[in-house]
Write a protein that binds this ligand. Structure first.
Ligand SMILES: Nc1ncnc2c1ncn2[C@@H]1O[C@H](COP(=O)(O)OP(=O)(O)OP(=O)(O)O)[C@@H](O)[C@H]1O
Length: 349
C-alpha cells in the first residue's frame, strides 16, 4: 500500500501543473533563493550572450519541487531561445531522441527532466550530440549495419536529476556547468509565498507566511500548495482572512507537523525508531517497513530528514539521531548512540 501524500508530496499532479506555471518566475532576477546557483548561472549565460554562442550544457540536481524546470525555462528566456521539454522515461529508444535532436533549431534549449532515467541507447546517442553536435543514425542490422552521421544544430542541453549519483560519468562529464539545488530556508520560502500570494490576489500577513514557510519542507512547490490549502480553509471555515492561527489550524488539519514533516517522513522515522531501535537499518528493509519503494524513501523522504538532522546515512545503514527520538516524543534505548561494535541486526541481506 502506498501512503497517501497528496498535500506534501513534492511532485506536481493534474491541475496543479497549470497553477504552477502561472506562479513560475520568468526571469533569473525573479528567481528566489539558490543565490550561488543564480550567480554562477548568470555568468554562464551572460558570457554566452556576449560570445553569441550557445552556453555549455547545464545539469541541475536536487530534490523534486526545488525549481529545476523553472530554471530551465528561465535559461531559455534569458537566452531569448525556444525551449523543448522532454523527460528521461520518454526517451526509450535512440530514435525517440534522434527525432527531437534532428529538429532542434540553432541555439534552442533542450530540457530533459529525470535524465538519469533515459534508456542506454538514447544516452549513448546523447554523448555524441552534446560533444560534436552530431548523431549517428544506424541503418540496417547485424554485420551489414552502417552508421550515417547527421549534423545537428548547436543547442544547449539542460538536464535535471534528483539522483546525480546515478548518472554515468561520461554523461556527467559532458556538462560544463553543474548546479546543485539545495532546500530553501524559511526566509526564502516566505518570499516565495509573498510573491505567490500577490499573484493569487491574497492578503498574507508576515506571521502567516512564516507559519506556512516553516512547514513547507524547504520546497517552493510545497509552500505554494500549502498556501492554496490555507486559502481554502480561510474561505470555507472563516471570513476568508488568512492569519497565523488560521494557517496553523489548516496545516494541522492536513497533518503537516510543526517542522513540515509529512506522513511519509513520519512513517519512515517511526519505523526506524519503533521497529529497528533507531538503526542502523538498510534502505530496502526500511522501505518495506513503510510499504514504499526504496527510491521513494531515498529521493523524497530522506534528503529532508537528513537536512533536518533527524536521520543519518551511514555505510551500515540508516540511523536515527537524538533529535529524531525527541521529535516523535520517544525515549531512545540506553545503547542507541555510541555502542560501537554491536552486531547490526537489520542490515539488508
Ligand atoms: N526559486 C523560486 N522562486 C519562486 N518560485 C519557485 C522557485 N522555485 C520553484 N518555484 C515554484 O515551485 C514550483 C515547482 O517548481 P519546478 O516545477 O521548477 O520544480 P522542479 O524542481 O522542476 O520539480 P520536478 O523535478 O518535480 O519537476 C513552481 O510553480 C515554481 O513557481
Amino acid at each position: 500500500m502506498s501512503l497517501e501524500r497528496d498535500l506534501v508530496s513534492p511532485d506536481a499532479e493534474g491541475d496543479e501543473r497549470a497553477i504552477e506555471s502561472a506562479l513560475r518566475p520568468k526571469r533569473l532576477s525573479e528567481f528566489i533563493g539558490q543565490s550561488r546557483v543564480r550567480e554562477q548561472l548568470s555568468l554562464v549565460l551572460q558570457s554566452a550572450l556576449r560570445r553569441e554562442r550557445p552556453p555549455d550544457h547545464v545539469l541541475m540536481s536536487g530534490s523534486p519541487g526545488l525549481g529545476k524546470t523553472t530554471l530551465a525555462m528561465i535559461i531559455a528566456a534569458e537566452l531569448g531561445m525556444p525551449l523543448r521539454l522532454t523527460s528521461g522515461p520518454a526517451l526509450e529508444r535512440a530514435g525517440d531522441l534522434a527525432a527531437i535532436l534532428s529538429t532542434l533549431s540553432e541555439g534552442e534549449v533542450l530540457f530533459i527532466d529525470e535524465i538519469h532515467r533515459m534508456a542506454r541507447p538514447a544516452e549513448e546517442m546523447l554523448y555524441l550530440a552534446m560533444e560534436d553536435f552530431r548523431v549517428d543514425i544506424v541503418v540496417g542490422k547485424g554485420p551489414g549495419a552502417t552508421a550515417i552521421p547527421l549534423e545537428i544544430a548547436p543547442f544547449t542541453l539542460v538536464g535535471a536529476t534528483t539522483r546525480a549519483g546515478l548518472l554515468p560519468a561520461p554523461l556527467r562529464d559532458r556538462f560544463g556547468f553543474v548546479a546543485h539545488m539545495d532546500f530553501y530556508d524559511v526566509e526564502e520560502l516566505e518570499q516565495v509565498l509573498r510573491r505567490s500570494a500577490s499573484l493569487l490576489g491574497l492578503r498574507l500577513p508576515d506571521e502567516a507566511a512564516h507559519e506556512i514557510a516553516r512547514r513547507s519542507r524547504g520546497t517552493p512547490r510545497i509552500a505554494n500548495r500549502l498556501l492554496r490549502r490555507v486559502r481554502d480553509f480561510a474561505e470555507v471555515r472563516t471570513d476568508g482572512v488568512i492569519t497565523r492561527d488560521i494557517a496553523s489550524a489548516a496545516l494541522n488539519l492536513y497533518e503537516v507537523d510543526a517542522e513540515g514533516l509529512d506522513r511519509l517522513d513520519r512513517a519512515v522515522l517511526g519505523a526506524l525508531l519503533r521497529k529497528f531501535g533507531g538503526g542502523p537499518v538498510g534502505l530496502s528493509t526500511l522501505a518495506v517497513a513503510v510499504g514504499e519503494e526504496p527510491e521513494t524513501v531515498e529521493v523524497v523522504a530522506e534528503p529532508f530528514l537528513v537536512r533536518q538532522g533527524l536521520l543519518a546515512r551511514t555505510p551500515r545503514g540508516r540511523v536515527a539521531t537524538a533529535s529524531a527520538w525527541s521529535h516523535l516524543g520517544l525515549t531512545p534505548p540506553p545503547d542507541a548512540f555510541g555502542a560501537p561494535g554491536l552486531p547490526t541486526l537489520f542490515e539488508d541481506p
